[in-house]
Design a protein around this ligand. Structure first.
Ligand code: CTP
Ligand SMILES: C[C@](O)(CO)[C@H](O)COP(=O)(O)O
Length: 233
């Protein structure tokens, strides 16, 4: 029987939200009565298997300490220039007492379904292999070049979501390797792929959207209200 595996969540929340064109970082926009970051942390706080919840924040973030957070597992680490740097900084923050696994989840994805996260963790622990939530592409995909065949075959195309769940040591080594090699890393899985390790794709709900541009807010607000009403029943 494998010893109980320890799991720590890392929440990248150090972005400026430039595409949102808002006067504060998008993770602090209020939707359905709370900031987006609070919604995300409230979701993760419902997972008892998380030993700690590390939130990567800008060192000049003036908002976080004002949030009415009650989960004692929540701690802050320093964000970095890019999302991958924020994640690596959080991994290094954990180095004195490293967990077995880390669950990396965007602050900007408050709508994530808890059952999807539970399934991701369960399937990866059973296989002893890292993986990510992903959703199969539903639209026809075009490549930007207007002077050649544009349509991309989509039968095996998936859209990567978060959480992304990997062994602490593997992710730390992969991210350090990829960043030192100046490889473009936009998610944890791309670093794991860089070091030629497998990534399980676990089908997740397509409404686990990353709130990115202004038109995402109305949909996210509606869905957050719907989730809150359903959980209140
Ligand atoms: N240096 C960075 C950049 C992003 N993030 C976080 O990574 C998540 C996904 O990134 P994205 O949606 O791109 O957020 P921003 O970088 O803030 O948005 P933009 O690219 O529009 O500026 C967000 O929760 C964001 O706060 C981070 O922790 N550190
Ligand atoms: C990690 C991610 O959410 C998976 O789709 C995405 O890569 C983040 O990209 P961003 O440009 O940092 O928002």
């Amino acid at each position: 029987m494998r010893n109980k595996q320890t799991i720590v969540a890392i929440v990248p929340a150090a972005g400026v939200g430039s595409r949102m064109q808002h006067n504060a970082p998008k993770q602090y926009i209020q939707l359905a009565g709370k900031t987006i970051l609070e919604h995300t942390l409230t979701k993760l706080s419902q997972l008892p298997q998380l030993q700690t919840i590390v939130v990567a924040l800008s060192d000049t973030d003036p908002y976080f300490d004002e949030l009415p957070l009650t989960d004692a597992r929540i701690v802050r680490s320093s964000g970095g220039k890019e999302r991958a740097d924020s994640v690596l900084n959080s991994l290094l923050f954990l180095a004195p007492n490293p967990p077995d696994w880390v669950l990396v989840h965007d602050a900007a994805r408050p709508l994530v379904d808890l059952a999807d996260i539970e399934r991701l963790i369960s399937e990866c622990l059973s296989a002893n292999e890292g993986g990510i939530l992903a959703t199969k592409v539903k639209d026809t995909i075009k490549r930007g070049d207007t002077h050649s065949k544009q349509t991309v075959p989509r039968d095996d195309l998936w859209q990567a979501l978060t959480p992304q769940f990997f062994k602490y040591n593997e992710l730390k080594d992969a991210l350090q390797n990829a960043l030192q090699s100046e490889v473009a890393i936009t998610d944890e899985a791309s670093a794991i792929e860089w070091v030629n390790k497998p990534v399980k794709l676990i089908a997740g709900r397509s409404d686990n959207i990353k709130i990115t541009t202004p038109e995402d807010l109305a949909l996210a607000g509606f869905l957050l209200n719907k989730q809150q009403n359903e959980s209140a029943v």
